[in-house]
Design a protein around this ligand. Structure first.
Ligand SMILES: NC(=O)c1ccc[n+]([C@@H]2O[C@H](COP(=O)([O-])OP(=O)(O)OC[C@H]3O[C@@H](n4cnc5c(N)ncnc54)[C@H](O)[C@@H]3O)[C@@H](O)[C@H]2O)c1
Length: 249
């Protein structure tokens, strides 16, 4: 992999990815590293495989255990990154859970999903906020979901509610971060082939204008764009990565 020139717009940059052990987070790690960034992949699952994949493709990666529900641990990872590099250029707040559910579903499940998807994301955003404002530069990409907009199909109320709340969070962070040089945008994936959707029934491709499920790489590209120089005048945006499914919903 080349490490200079136009192919590596993130050369020298340092990015924290939550939920980086697999799926969209792991693919994002590869995409960012190929653009020249050093990625810190974090997850409740072991990140060894994802880190090895980045390194095999010629990129630089570190892996750390991190449960985003732990506010102090989120702050600790950012401190470690700052100690190692003296900077943190972007956060990809990707970690999330998505159990199947209903409207009057299980209360423990509601609390768990809100705790991870909403409270955990806030913990990670809060951890980078001070350092990014201090360095007057930063990108925050929040991984929401198409469910924020169309209500979700198989997923429970708590998932749609949590992902809608992340759009409110994106807007608040964008409004307040802008004057400090901190940009915040969201991606809203549709139906993406990962472990999260492995049990989802197949066969509804008629609902997707592009007639296929997305891949993790399909989402990683737009995330990389939102971390890079080509989106320097974009904040408060929500990129639908749905193969047109929102349009069709
Ligand atoms: N796959 C889809 O169709 C789809 C659609 C819309 C949005 N999303 C969102 O994309 C993101 C990534 O999902 P994915 O499809 O790659 O699924 P995935 O299950 O493969 O990845 C999610 C990762 O988050 C991690 N995670 C869960 N709880 C955590 C916690 N408390 N702390 C840290 N990490 C934790 C998991 O261990 C996992 O590695 C999620 O936020 C998900 O809601 C996915």
């Amino acid at each position: 992999m080349s490490t200079d020139g136009l192919g590596t717009p993130l050369a020298g940059q340092v990015v924290l990815v939550t939920g980086g052990a697999r799926g969209i987070g792991a693919a994002t790690g590869v995409a960012l590293a190929q653009a020249g960034a050093t990625v810190w992949l974090t997850d409740v699952l072991a990140c060894d495989e994802a880190v090895a994949t980045v390194r095999e493709s010629g990129g630089q990666a570190h892996g750390r255990p991190l449960d985003i529900r732990d506010r102090d641990a989120c702050a600790g990872i950012v401190e470690e990154i700052l100690a190692a590099h003296g900077r943190i250029d972007a956060l990809v707040a990707n970690a999330g859970v998505c159990p199947a559910g209903t409207v009057a579903g299980d209360w423990a499940q509601w609390q768990h999903v809100i705790d991870v998807n909403l409270n955990g994301t806030q913990n990670s955003v809060a951890a980078v906020w001070g350092p990014m404002c201090a360095q007057r530069r930063g990108r925050i990409v929040i991984v929401s979901s198409m469910a924020w907009y169309q209500g979700g199909v198989i997923v429970g109320t708590e998932y749609s509610a949590s992902k809608a709340a992340l759009i409110g969070m994106t807007r608040h962070v964008a409004r307040n971060g802008g004057p400090h040089g901190v940009l915040c945008n969201a991606v809203a994936p549709g139906l993406i082939d990962t472990d999260m959707t492995a049990e989802f029934p197949r066969g509804d491709l008629e609902l997707i204008p592009l007639r296929r499920r997305g891949t993790a790489e399909d989402v990683a590209g737009p995330i990389r764009f939102l971390c890079g120089p080509d989106s320097a005048y974009m904040t408060d945006c929500v990129l639908n990565v749905t193969g047109g499914m929102v349009l069709a919903a």
